[in-house]
Design a protein around this ligand. Structure first.
Ligand code: ADE
Ligand code: ZN
Length: 331
């Protein structure tokens, strides 16, 4: 067993549908007599050409998830994989767009099923899950408002955040300001995808116009060192997903990835998988590849786990419980 296997890991950026094992989606498609053969390659992996095609394949796979019961099964399957990688706390992006078409009452049924599965997984695997409701940028600001209303209705100790994912090239962060304001007023903590496909300005805009405390990806801030320094100074946390960025071709190799330079310059970086089976990764794989690429040792991963739990959107009692797990592993 190598060094990273036993390290307790905190994951802050995981799309629930994007974490669906392909075999799980194929099983659902078979049950429902749906033909999804076009989204898999000959080895049974998800097949896509680029990021925009990835979004289409993601949405096609999600078509199989039609009921709260399907999401219950999905949640159990995803948390089993996460726990096997040593994840002890995870925050997952949930989209009422896919769960009941943004109808508040339908969304509550989906959420109840997801939470029930999360409780079972916590008892089974010792992994704690919390949810971040996420608007999908390419579905537009109007739908994002409905999503924000679902978020406000279900905000609490389990739905702890609000975010924005999808095609970063569609619209501007400020188009979504109303939704973020509504979510903030409901007590939710805020994050948005930026600086993945957009350059440094997309990160600047998300911080200024949405008031987010975390950025999904954010790695392209590295192209503007003044922005990197601003992020470090403000304590904005980056949810970095190196394997996703390499798989989608933003960086050619792991060694080209800026996570190490961002960290060295004082930015709070965390490590996540984004959509693990799409990118042939797991949390353990992320740790192994980072250790290889940058010579990161246990001390670095321990510091990253601490940064991550500090940046988690959960309540203080949950945080204390997870910190105890990190401390017990260190002892
Ligand atoms: N939805 C799922 N994965 C995503 C990513 N990497 N960027 C934007 N939207 C996403
Ligand atoms: Zn993402």
């Amino acid at each position: 067993m190598n060094m990273t296997a036993n390290l307790p890991k905190i994951e802050l950026h995981l799309h629930l549908e994007g974490a669906a094992p392909p075999a799980f989606i194929r099983g659902l498609a078979k049950e429902k007599a749906m033909d999804l053969s076009g989204i898999f390659d000959e080895r049974g992996h998800y097949a896509y050409r680029d990021f925009w095609h990835f979004l289409k394949v993601y949405e096609a796979a999600t078509e199989t998830l039609k009921s709260p019961e399907d999401y219950h099964r999905l949640t159990l399957a995803v948390l089993e994989e996460s726990a096997a990688s040593g994840v002890v706390y995870s925050e997952t992006f949930l989209s009422p767009d896919f769960c009941g078409g943004r109808d508040v009452e339908a969304w509550k049924d989906y959420l109840a099923a997801i939470r029930e599965a999360a409780d079972l997984a916590e008892k089974r695997d010792g992994i704690t899950l919390r949810g971040i409701i996420t608007a999908i940028r390419h579905f537009g600001p109007e739908k994002a408002r409905e999503t924000a209303l679902c978020a406000a209705e279900t905000a609490g100790d389990w739905i702890v955040g609000f975010g924005l994912a999808g095609d970063e090239k569609m619209g501007k962060p400020k188009d979504f300001a109303w939704s973020f304001d509504a979510a903030r007023e409901a007590g939710l903590r805020l994050t948005a995808h930026a600086g993945e496909w957009g350059g440094p300005d997309s990160v600047r805009d998300a911080i200024r116009d949405l008031g987010v405390e975390r950025i999904g990806h954010g790695v392209r801030a590295i192209e503007d060192l003044a922005l990197v320094d601003e992020i470090a100074e403000k304590g904005v946390v980056l949810e970095v997903c190196p394997g996703s960025n390499v798989a989608l071709g933003i960086y050619r190799t792991w060694r080209d990835h800026p996570i190490h330079r961002l960290r060295e310059r004082g930015v709070k970086v965390t490590v996540s998988t984004d959509d693990p089976p799409f990118f042939h990764t797991t949390m353990k794989n992320e740790y192994d590849r980072l250790a290889d690429a940058f010579d990161w040792d246990e001390g670095v991963f321990d510091a990253i786990a601490r940064t991550s739990i500090d940046a988690a959107f959960c309540d203080g009692d949950t945080r204390d419980r997870i910190v105890k797990k990190l401390e017990a592993a260190r002892a």
